[in-house]
Each structure stands twice: as C-alpha cells, then as structure tokens.
Write a protein that binds this ligand. Structure first.
Ligand SMILES: C[S@@+](CC[C@H](N)C(=O)[O-])C[C@H]1O[C@@H](n2cnc3c(N)ncnc32)[C@H](O)[C@@H]1O
Length: 277
C-alpha cells in the first residue's frame, strides 16, 4: 500500500468530507440512542502539517491554510472553528500546524456515551492512530470492510464513514457490497462515502451499480464537487460525497458545503451537483 493520507491532509477534499461528517454528527445529536461510528479507512488520526515529507505536496497550503486565511463561508464555519480551536489547544496560536483527520474530528464531536471504531491497515499509520485515539476510541488493524460487517449486533445507531484510497479498482465493488450487506443486517444504518472524481464514466458506473444493488433499501444522496470540467481523466478533477440514509435536514447542509468548497477552490467551469437517486 503506497497511499499515505499525510500528503493530502487538509486538502479541499478533506474539507468537504470533514465538514459533511461534522454536519451529520450535529444532526444525529438529538437521537435518543448512542451512536457507534465506524470509520472503515481511518488513517493516522491527525496530521502534523510541518512534517517536511508531507508539506512538500502543498495540499494543505492550497486547502485548509488557504481557507483559514480569508472569510470562511458559513457552511464551512463549524469545521473552520473546530480546526482553529484544535490548533490553539495544541499550541499553534493564529496558525494551522495540525490537521485533524476523521478519527480525531469524530471523537472530539461525538456525545458522551457514543463510540468510535477506526480501522487502518498500514503499520505506521495504525500505530499513530492507536496512540492518538485509545482509549477514547478503538483502533483496529484490520480490513475496514470486514470489520464493519461485525458491528451490527448492538442496539446503537450506526454511522459508517467509508473513505478508501482507491489505489485498487476493487474499492468500488467492495463499497457497494459492504453497504448492501450492512443494510441487509441493519436497514437503519447510515453511511457517508467519499469517492474521487476523475472521469465521469467510472463514477457513473459505480452509481448505477449502487442503484441496482440497493433497490429501494435506502435513500442515496449524491454530491459531486467538480473543481474543473472533467476533461482530463488522469487528474483528480474533484470528489464526490454519497450519503445513504442521511438524517433529515442533511441534504441542504451537504449542498451548502459543496457549493462553498467549489466556489472557494474551483477553477473556471467548476460546479457542485447534488441529486437524490
Ligand atoms: C483516505 S485515507 C483515510 C483518511 C481518513 N478517513 C481521514 O479523513 O482522516 C485511507 C486510509 O485507508 C487505509 N486503508 C487502505 N485499505 C484499507 C482497508 N481495506 N481497511 C482499512 N484501512 C485501509 C490506508 O492506509 C489509508 O490510511
């Protein structure tokens, strides 16, 4: 596995994904039952943006640091305020030295009594994840798709964050199979899935497969963030966020987040497209 999230931490795609996770957690706060969040692809927990190996990608510079240097759009403020507060607590006054990944973000924003499980396969990132989140959350060094299927026994509300590196083409099929199998076990399970947007055919083929496999098991909200027209399929031209069984009120928040990210980071011809399958 070559992918290391440190190179990409705090880029536009992280901002969209993490703002959406935060919006989802806030909407789920009023539910009576505790929430179990399973992060199938957790990464290292948080990222030191001064690490010279990672900093040379300049993705955080063009992402979180760029965002925080100007008026933060309303829909990204909850994330911006959280990242600023997290940095101040870590001793970075007035600047962004660390970027919290999904494990840290979720643990800091869930309610007392909620639970978090994060799966990571890389040795180095798993060790960091473990040291950074245990005992507040549980770090597991195992295949996140397999672990997810073992988490439906309790009576908590279930939220699955699926954020693979897409190094291998089988991630597309594995996402669909996992979501379908989990919905068969727990029809009320909720999902937030991140995908890259390169060429449209790959994404559309996956959506068609999702529609076929899910039938009318769940509502699927699809948000495409196209940072530029999708002319060059070799480039990451944007990303997509797909929510399954999202709580009421999530769709307009997701739309506002995607519009803000596309407006802030997009090139000529950028657009956000939101639809319900
Ligand atoms: C995109 S990164 C995750 C970033 C993280 N979700 C965040 O938002 O901070 C994907 C991670 O999944 C790990 N990974 C790849 N395949 C996996 C699998 N089958 N199960 C668990 N982790 C996996 C990679 O090593 C990588 O750290």
């Amino acid at each position: 596995m070559n992918y290391r999230h440190g190179f990409h931490a705090g880029n536009f795609a992280d901002l969209a994904k993490h703002a959406a996770i935060l919006a989802m957690l806030r909407l789920l706060r009023d539910n009576d039952r505790p929430l179990l969040t399973v992060d199938t692809h957790a990464g290292a927990g948080y990222y030191d943006l001064s690490n010279p190996d990672f900093a040379r990608s300049k993705e955080a510079e063009a992402g979180i640091k760029y965002l925080m240097g100007r008026d933060v759009p309303e829909s990204l403020k909850p994330l911006g305020d959280y990242v600023r507060a997290k940095n101040a607590k870590a001793g970075f006054k007035g600047r962004i030295g660390i970027y919290p990944g999904s494990p840290t973000l979720i643990l800091d924003n869930q309610r007392a009594g909620d639970q978090y499980v994060g799966c990571e396969l890389r040795d180095d990132d798993y060790r960091l994840l473990h040291d950074r989140i245990e005992p507040r959350g549980q770090a597991i060094k195992a295949d996140g798709y397999k672990v997810a299927l073992q988490t439906t026994e309790g009576d908590e509300d279930l939220l699955y964050i699926i954020d693979p590196p897409f190094e291998k083409p089988d991630d597309y099929h594995r996402i669909t199979d996992t979501v379908r199998d989990l919905l068969t076990l727990r029809s009320d399970a909720r999902f937030l899935i991140w995908l890259p947007l390169k060429d449209l055919e790959t994404f559309d083929a996956w959506l068609r497969h999702m529609e076929r496999e899910m039938g009318d098991m769940a509502e699927i909200q699809v948000a495409e963030l196209r940072l530029r027209p999708l002319w060059n399929p070799m480039k990451m031209n944007g990303c997509a966020l797909v929510a399954v069984n999202a709580p009421e009120g999530f769709a307009p928040r997701l739309e506002a987040i995607c519009q803000a990210v596309v407006t802030t980071f997009g090139e000529a011809g950028a657009e956000a497209r939101i639809r319900i399958l």
